[in-house]
Design a binder for this molecule. Structure first.
Ligand SMILES: Cc1ncc(COP(=O)(O)O)c(C=O)c1O
Length: 387
């Protein structure tokens, strides 16, 4: 034992990531409900609908007829092939099924993407405001987060100018439509970013989880601009399957074996029942389009009524189901603002600090994934409250 100094029990520094504050808001809302008080849920970033009927039927059939054992790590061939066909049908892009990796939600896709593409110490740029898990997962993997503080003028998306100013980087994450702003990259904007990345040997990672939830702007996959981009997607949002924990990646050839080995070791396989059921999701368009019409109606309510209530500085909300509002005229502490809004009106929403640690003290995010009546009632209460 001589020479060995025991280091003692201590939590790792890698594990010291920030909390996901929306989860804290959800806990406060649940506590209020448990106390018998009503909550209007504009905080949760998930559809209020179950999985489409065709998915449920496929799952029931599988339970009766299938062993539901492990599958191969990258997913069952039927699903990988169906996803590859989706790229052809929706975007006119050819992707071989071998380059599709089925994942345990897009959340597992991020782990696989970051681990396969970046060494510890790499620098990866992302827009702020943005989805908090990107930065927290990167941080847990000892990858440096390079913030791109975006503005309304950039539609809250990364630009080549901001990338030029960021210093040497190894990767860029884009999300279109974005959470929390809902803004989208059009074809030329995506191409400018992809060309810049390709010219400099920088990995482009595109989170396309909100594709399908749009209000007039065509979603562009990064694969249209660069077939070697890493694309991450999921059945959680458009397909209304959050709890099924099923998503996918389109993996560039040079990372494929690495992603496969990481997936074998980290996850063994994505959830088998969800894989079998997800094949049917692509044939449930009627139901999914009905969800989309409800989101569109909800969006109209918020974009019309929030300004009348005194919240008139709203991000454009091209897609997804979020309105990101500047509340600087009312507070410089969005956490306290949301806490009071919940306590005094029963409306739950998410403080911007989750998405933008430095400027989110003056912003909040409203999710409009719920019922249209809920949106209208929430706007009425917020208007009374701010009056
Ligand atoms: C932008 C974005 N990406 C990824 C995720 C994670 O989704 P999942 O792991 O359910 O696919 C979310 C969830 O809210 C999100 O908003």
């Amino acid at each position: 034992m001589t020479g060995i100094v025991p280091r003692g029990l201590h939590p790792s520094t890698r594990g010291q990531v920030d909390p996901f504050i929306v989860m804290d808001v959800m806990s406060a809302a649940a506590a209020r409900e448990a106390a018998g008080q009503e909550v209007l849920h504009l905080e949760v970033g998930q559809p209020s609908t179950p999985a489409p009927r065709g998915v449920l039927d496929a799952a029931r059939r599988a339970l009766d007829s299938d062993r539901i054992g492990y599958t191969v790590a990258l997913g069952i061939p039927a699903l990988r092939e169906r996803i590859a066909r989706h790229y052809h049908d929706l975007y006119g892009v050819t992707v071989p099924a071998e380059r599709i990796a089925v994942t345990t939600g897009s959340s597992a896709g991020f782990q696989l993407a970051f681990l396969s593409a970046f060494d510890a110490g790499a620098r990866v740029a992302l827009a702020s405001p943005g989805y908090p898990a990107y930065r927290n997962i990167l941080q847990a993997l000892n990858i440096e987060v390079v913030d791109l503080p975006t503005e309304r003028a950039d539609r809250y998306q990364p630009t080549v100018e901001r990338l030029e100013a960021a210093g040497p980087i190894d990767g860029v994450i884009v999300a279109s439509p974005s959470n929390p702003t809902g803004t989208m990259l059009d074809g030329p904007a995506m191409r400018r970013l992809a060309d810049w990345c390709r010219g400099r040997g920088v990995r482009l990672i595109s989170d396309e989880i909100y594709h399908g939830i749009g209000y007039g702007t065509r979603p562009v996959t990064a694969l249209e601009a660069d077939p070697q981009a890493i694309v991450i997607n999921s059945f959680s949002k458009y397909f209304s399957m959050t709890g099924w924990r099923i998503g996918w990646m389109v993996v560039p050839q040079d990372l494929l074996r690495s992603v496969e080995c990481l997936a074998q070791n980290f996850f063994i396989s994505p959830p088998t029942l969800s894989q079998i059921a997800a094949v049917a999701a692509f044939d449930c368009e009627d139901e999914l389009q009905a969800n989309l019409r409800r989101y569109a109606a909800n969006r109209d309510v918020l974009l019309n009524e929030l300004p009348k209530a005194g919240l008139d500085d709203l991000a454009p909300a091209d897609g997804a189901f979020y309105v990101y509002a500047n509340v600087a005229a009312h507070t410089n502490d969005s956490v306290e603002f949301c806490r009071r809004m919940l306590a005094e009106t029963g409306v739950a929403c998410t403080p911007g600090v989750d998405f933008d640690p430095s400027r989110g003290h003056a912003t909040v995010r409203f999710s409009f994934a719920g019922a249209t009546d809920t949106m209208a009632e929430a706007c009425r209460r917020i208007a009374d409250w701010l009056r």
